[in-house]
Design a protein around this ligand. Structure first.
Ligand code: FPP
Length: 261
């Protein structure tokens, strides 16, 4: 049975318009392999990261054509701070590199940008840049691009727990009302539809602290391509693999699968 793109759970974001067909998937991407891509060419890692920005541009253009309406990408993890200072500096410069060339087009083409993760620890200039991208695209709803930056799944869960605990301590929240829905609403991903698919290129097969809560029923696809080489065909292959999955969300195996053995 083909994978169902919509689950029985409600999606809080708007329904796709008719022109977008069944463009309703929420896909997350770990943009991995920039360093190895550069190394293979005898280039500094910085050039791998810059080539990674080009791959992001290609992927954002390709995604809506392939039925994706929400794309969440891992730009910088809370663990990436442990990299050499010069590399951290380069990684911090990538959002500016991307938005300088692409923000006008994203704005014009109906893409809503949202930054996920902690703002604390980022420079005021970078926070202002991310907030400007969010503000300028706030009315868009054709496609949703989430950039996880200074993001860690465990940190996001800890931050959500702290926010809920503060609300309880201040008498604004009844502890009995904290359930999965309330908890999800305190995460930096609040309001996003359930995650359908996590794709990781570069041959590594782990989540690396990306979207731990949100991954609960996401399908995982790992690909042997380095991120700077990623293109429309790569994403199409990942989505083809996803569509062949039988998503049961903990429910029973369907009769046709049982009959087929
Ligand atoms: C991991 O590859 C990649 C990163 C830490 C950075 C990814 C970011 C981008 C591709 C561009 C982001 C753009 C925006 C707008 C934020 P790696 O360097 O760890 O690769 P390796 O495993 O081969 O060393």
């Amino acid at each position: 049975m083909a994978a169902r793109s919509r689950t029985s759970r409600d999606r809080s974001a708007p329904a796709p318009d008719s022109a977008a067909g069944d463009a309703s998937l929420h896909v997350a991407l770990v943009m991995d392999g920039n360093g190895r891509w550069a190394q293979k060419r005898g280039l500094p890692r910085t050039l791998g990261h810059r080539a990674g920005v080009e791959a992001l541009r290609r992927t954002v253009t390709a995604a809506p054509k392939l039925g994706v309406r929400w794309l969440t990408v891992f730009g910088f993890s809370t663990e990436n701070w442990s990299r050499p200072a010069a590399e951290v500096q380069e990684l911090m410069a990538l959002p500016k590199r991307y938005f300088d060339s692409d923000l006008k087009r994203l704005e014009r083409e109906g893409v809503r940008v949202r930054a996920l993760g902690r703002r604390e620890g980022l420079s005021p200039d970078l926070v202002a840049l991310l907030e400007e991208a969010e503000r300028r695209t706030a009315d868009n709803d054709r496609f949703f691009l989430q950039i996880a930056f200074n993001y860690g799944g465990q940190a996001d869960i800890a931050d959500a727990a702290r926010r809920l605990a503060e609300a309880v301590a201040e008498g604004r929240l009844d502890p009995a009302s904290i359930d999965e829905t309330a908890f999800a609403g305190a995460l930096s991903t609040a309001g996003l539809p359930p995650l359908d698919l996590i794709v990781r290129p570069s041959g590594e097969q782990r989540l690396s602290n990306f979207l731990l809560w949100e991954a609960a029923y996401a399908e995982l696809v790992f690909q042997d391509i380095l991120w700077p080489d990623y293109d429309e065909a790569s994403l199409a292959a990942a989505i083809t693999a996803f569509r062949a999955r039988d998503r049961r969300f903990g429910g029973a195996v369907s009769d046709d699968v049982l009959v087929a053995g």
